[in-house]
Ligand binder design. Structure first.
Ligand code: K1U
Ligand code: ZN
Length: 173
Protein backbone atom coordinates (compact mmCIF):
# COMPACT_ATOMS: atom_id res chain seq x y z
CA UNK A 1 0.00 0.00 0.00
CA UNK A 2 1.35 3.42 -0.98
CA UNK A 3 0.01 6.74 0.22
CA UNK A 4 -0.39 9.05 -2.77
CA UNK A 5 0.52 12.74 -2.88
CA UNK A 6 -2.64 14.87 -3.16
CA UNK A 7 -2.45 17.77 -5.64
CA UNK A 8 -3.37 21.17 -4.27
CA UNK A 9 -5.44 23.86 -6.02
CA UNK A 10 -4.45 25.76 -8.12
CA UNK A 11 -3.06 23.02 -10.37
CA UNK A 12 -3.89 22.69 -14.10
CA UNK A 13 -4.47 18.92 -13.67
CA UNK A 14 -7.44 19.65 -11.39
CA UNK A 15 -9.11 21.59 -14.24
CA UNK A 16 -8.94 18.85 -16.90
CA UNK A 17 -11.62 16.40 -18.09
CA UNK A 18 -10.43 12.84 -17.35
CA UNK A 19 -10.35 10.00 -19.88
CA UNK A 20 -12.45 6.82 -19.49
CA UNK A 21 -10.74 3.84 -17.84
CA UNK A 22 -10.05 1.30 -20.60
CA UNK A 23 -10.04 -1.87 -18.49
CA UNK A 24 -10.15 -3.16 -14.92
CA UNK A 25 -6.58 -4.40 -14.51
CA UNK A 26 -4.54 -5.44 -11.41
CA UNK A 27 -2.76 -2.04 -11.67
CA UNK A 28 -6.12 -0.27 -11.46
CA UNK A 29 -7.03 -2.37 -8.40
CA UNK A 30 -3.74 -1.30 -6.75
CA UNK A 31 -4.44 2.37 -7.61
CA UNK A 32 -7.95 2.12 -6.07
CA UNK A 33 -6.54 0.50 -2.90
CA UNK A 34 -3.86 3.23 -2.63
CA UNK A 35 -6.51 5.93 -3.16
CA UNK A 36 -8.71 4.47 -0.40
CA UNK A 37 -5.78 4.36 2.03
CA UNK A 38 -4.80 7.93 1.07
CA UNK A 39 -8.41 9.06 1.65
CA UNK A 40 -8.67 7.37 5.09
CA UNK A 41 -5.23 8.72 6.06
CA UNK A 42 -6.03 12.35 5.07
CA UNK A 43 -8.75 11.95 6.52
CA UNK A 44 -11.50 12.40 3.95
CA UNK A 45 -14.73 10.83 2.73
CA UNK A 46 -13.87 10.80 -0.98
CA UNK A 47 -10.95 11.05 -3.40
CA UNK A 48 -10.90 11.28 -7.20
CA UNK A 49 -8.06 9.98 -9.41
CA UNK A 50 -7.08 13.45 -10.78
CA UNK A 51 -6.42 14.58 -7.20
CA UNK A 52 -3.52 12.12 -7.16
CA UNK A 53 -2.42 13.09 -10.69
CA UNK A 54 -4.10 10.17 -12.51
CA UNK A 55 -6.25 11.60 -15.30
CA UNK A 56 -8.74 8.72 -15.45
CA UNK A 57 -12.42 8.45 -14.59
CA UNK A 58 -12.53 6.80 -11.19
CA UNK A 59 -13.12 7.83 -7.62
CA UNK A 60 -13.36 6.26 -4.19
CA UNK A 61 -15.60 7.20 -1.26
CA UNK A 62 -16.71 6.06 2.18
CA UNK A 63 -19.20 8.33 3.95
CA UNK A 64 -19.81 6.07 6.95
CA UNK A 65 -19.66 8.27 10.05
CA UNK A 66 -18.21 7.24 13.41
CA UNK A 67 -16.70 4.00 14.66
CA UNK A 68 -20.00 2.21 15.38
CA UNK A 69 -20.86 1.45 11.75
CA UNK A 70 -18.67 -0.77 9.54
CA UNK A 71 -16.62 1.00 6.87
CA UNK A 72 -18.13 0.96 3.36
CA UNK A 73 -15.30 1.64 0.89
CA UNK A 74 -16.62 2.17 -2.65
CA UNK A 75 -14.70 2.31 -5.94
CA UNK A 76 -16.57 3.85 -8.89
CA UNK A 77 -14.97 3.40 -12.31
CA UNK A 78 -16.36 5.27 -15.35
CA UNK A 79 -19.30 6.63 -13.30
CA UNK A 80 -22.35 8.14 -15.01
CA UNK A 81 -25.12 10.21 -13.44
CA UNK A 82 -28.36 8.52 -14.56
CA UNK A 83 -30.84 10.60 -12.50
CA UNK A 84 -30.91 13.57 -10.15
CA UNK A 85 -33.77 14.59 -7.82
CA UNK A 86 -35.64 17.88 -8.15
CA UNK A 87 -35.16 18.57 -4.44
CA UNK A 88 -31.88 20.18 -3.40
CA UNK A 89 -29.72 20.04 -0.32
CA UNK A 90 -27.04 22.40 0.93
CA UNK A 91 -23.90 21.11 2.59
CA UNK A 92 -20.73 22.83 3.80
CA UNK A 93 -18.17 21.17 1.52
CA UNK A 94 -14.43 20.81 1.84
CA UNK A 95 -11.85 19.33 -0.51
CA UNK A 96 -8.57 17.56 0.16
CA UNK A 97 -7.09 19.62 -2.70
CA UNK A 98 -8.24 22.85 -0.98
CA UNK A 99 -7.42 22.16 2.69
CA UNK A 100 -9.00 24.20 5.49
CA UNK A 101 -11.40 26.00 3.13
CA UNK A 102 -15.14 25.31 3.37
CA UNK A 103 -18.22 26.72 1.66
CA UNK A 104 -21.90 25.88 1.31
CA UNK A 105 -22.82 24.25 -2.00
CA UNK A 106 -26.37 23.40 -3.11
CA UNK A 107 -26.81 20.23 -5.20
CA UNK A 108 -29.54 17.68 -6.00
CA UNK A 109 -30.42 15.93 -2.71
CA UNK A 110 -30.47 12.49 -4.35
CA UNK A 111 -28.63 11.10 -7.34
CA UNK A 112 -28.46 7.78 -9.18
CA UNK A 113 -25.10 6.72 -10.54
CA UNK A 114 -24.07 3.78 -12.70
CA UNK A 115 -20.45 2.62 -12.68
CA UNK A 116 -18.09 -0.28 -13.21
CA UNK A 117 -16.75 -1.91 -10.04
CA UNK A 118 -13.44 -3.65 -9.43
CA UNK A 119 -15.41 -6.86 -10.15
CA UNK A 120 -15.72 -5.55 -13.75
CA UNK A 121 -19.53 -5.59 -13.37
CA UNK A 122 -21.80 -2.62 -14.00
CA UNK A 123 -23.55 -1.33 -10.85
CA UNK A 124 -26.29 1.26 -10.28
CA UNK A 125 -27.35 2.81 -6.98
CA UNK A 126 -29.26 5.79 -5.61
CA UNK A 127 -27.35 7.92 -3.10
CA UNK A 128 -28.80 10.37 -0.60
CA UNK A 129 -27.56 12.52 2.27
CA UNK A 130 -23.79 12.93 2.52
CA UNK A 131 -23.29 10.06 0.04
CA UNK A 132 -25.15 12.04 -2.66
CA UNK A 133 -23.15 15.22 -1.93
CA UNK A 134 -19.84 13.35 -1.93
CA UNK A 135 -20.61 11.33 -5.10
CA UNK A 136 -21.44 14.56 -6.99
CA UNK A 137 -18.36 16.36 -5.61
CA UNK A 138 -16.13 13.46 -6.75
CA UNK A 139 -17.89 13.16 -10.12
CA UNK A 140 -17.22 16.87 -10.68
CA UNK A 141 -13.48 16.25 -10.11
CA UNK A 142 -13.51 13.90 -13.14
CA UNK A 143 -14.77 16.83 -15.24
CA UNK A 144 -12.24 19.34 -13.90
CA UNK A 145 -14.78 21.04 -11.64
CA UNK A 146 -14.12 22.03 -8.01
CA UNK A 147 -16.65 22.98 -5.32
CA UNK A 148 -15.36 26.58 -5.44
CA UNK A 149 -16.64 26.77 -9.05
CA UNK A 150 -20.17 26.91 -7.55
CA UNK A 151 -19.28 30.06 -5.59
CA UNK A 152 -19.37 33.66 -6.75
CA UNK A 153 -16.15 35.10 -8.24
CA UNK A 154 -15.17 37.05 -5.10
CA UNK A 155 -15.34 34.04 -2.74
CA UNK A 156 -13.66 31.83 -5.35
CA UNK A 157 -10.78 34.29 -5.85
CA UNK A 158 -10.37 34.71 -2.09
CA UNK A 159 -9.99 30.94 -1.61
CA UNK A 160 -7.65 30.67 -4.61
CA UNK A 161 -5.42 33.47 -3.25
CA UNK A 162 -5.34 31.80 0.18
CA UNK A 163 -4.29 28.56 -1.49
CA UNK A 164 -1.57 30.29 -3.56
CA UNK A 165 -0.18 31.77 -0.32
CA UNK A 166 -0.45 28.38 1.45
CA UNK A 167 1.50 26.69 -1.39
CA UNK A 168 4.17 29.46 -1.47
CA UNK A 169 4.71 29.17 2.31
CA UNK A 170 4.81 25.38 2.14
CA UNK A 171 7.39 25.49 -0.68
CA UNK A 172 9.60 27.81 1.43
CA UNK A 173 9.42 25.24 4.24
O1 K1U B 1 -12.81 15.17 -2.93
C1 K1U B 1 -12.25 15.48 -1.91
O2 K1U B 1 -11.42 16.36 -1.91
C2 K1U B 1 -12.61 14.83 -0.60
C3 K1U B 1 -13.63 15.60 0.20
C4 K1U B 1 -15.00 15.09 -0.14
C5 K1U B 1 -16.18 15.90 0.30
C6 K1U B 1 -16.25 16.53 1.52
C7 K1U B 1 -17.38 17.25 1.88
C8 K1U B 1 -18.43 17.32 1.03
C9 K1U B 1 -18.36 16.72 -0.18
C10 K1U B 1 -17.24 16.00 -0.54
C11 K1U B 1 -13.30 15.41 1.67
O3 K1U B 1 -13.33 14.34 2.17
S1 K1U B 1 -12.89 16.83 2.58
C12 K1U B 1 -12.68 16.19 4.25
C13 K1U B 1 -13.96 15.87 4.93
O4 K1U B 1 -15.01 16.28 4.49
C14 K1U B 1 -13.98 15.05 6.16
C15 K1U B 1 -12.82 14.74 6.83
C16 K1U B 1 -12.88 13.97 7.98
C17 K1U B 1 -14.07 13.50 8.44
C18 K1U B 1 -15.24 13.82 7.80
C19 K1U B 1 -15.19 14.59 6.65
ZN1 ZN C 1 -12.54 17.53 -3.70
Amino acid sequence: MTLKHILLHPDPRLKKVCAPVEGVTPDLGKLAEDMLQTMYDAPGIGLAAPQVGVMQRLFVMDCVKGQDEAAKPMVLINPEVTWTSEDRSTYEEGCLSIPEQFAEVTRPARVRMAWTGLDNQRHEEEFDGLWATCAQHEFDHLNGKLFIDYLGPIKRQLITRRMEKFKRERARG
